[in-house]
Write a protein that binds this ligand. Sequence first.
Ligand SMILES: [Zn+2]
Length: 291
Amino acid sequence: MRPAVVSSIVCALGVLVATGCAHVVGLDALARSSAPAIGLGSWTRDRSLPDRTELAVGQLVIHADFPLAGQHRLVRELDDLRAEVSQRLGLPVSDEPVHLYLFEDADRYTAFAARQFPGFPARRAFFVETDTTLAVFAAWQDRVAEDLRHETTHGYVHSVAPAVPLWLDEGLAEFFELPRHEAGVHRAHVAHLAGRTLEGTWRPDLARLESLASAGELSQDHYAEAWCWVHWLLCTTPERRRLLQDYLADVRRDGKTPPLSARLMRAPDTPPDLAATLTTHLSSLAAAGQP
Ligand SMILES: [Zn+2]
């Protein structure tokens, strides 16, 4: 069930602000807790909304203003992502549609976004959740595959776990936005965090991530760290993956369930120094990526 009132721009992807992050810092100031009046809903009647092609593929309803085949590689990939997200996270699949609105012309997309979401900086893609709809808007450009994998992940996750915490929501989207051959290793984030660690200007802190309430507070460090925790949880031991799955199951039942860090602290195989553990994990990924 969707919560009775949820109207927010949950995520938006845009221009690079620095190596390794496709999110724009400050963009999500409108997000989640603070977006009561940004015209959500009126976009459904906007005449420039893409309608030349409509494809129903699994949970996705794709609206494009250009010819797009259902067998297009990216369409198949986005459909496959539904099962991958479900299986990795132990989440059920939902039949709730996730609408993807794809604009061939970047100027038309930008004009649409500016008209329907005034005050909201135009970006390459964004995800909107209302009390009745899950929708992604994107321009069909060079990085559309990565953008759509990211935003569609938000759609799949929110269709079954709308109360997923902000940091985890973004960490999961960063994890699943990668092409499959990258195996979840976000090289740009690894390089960014490794550099910050070398500088001595960053140290992992899961509780700090969990305290972030608005996407507007998320920096490039936060997106990269969120991805790193997700990678550590999903890709190191079966017990950690199970812990994340159990946590998500509890979030589905009760959005106010205690944070993941509290659960980690109670887990028998959790190392005493979590921050050092994540730094070591990051170092091993960085070393593995060296030529
Ligand atoms: Zn996102």
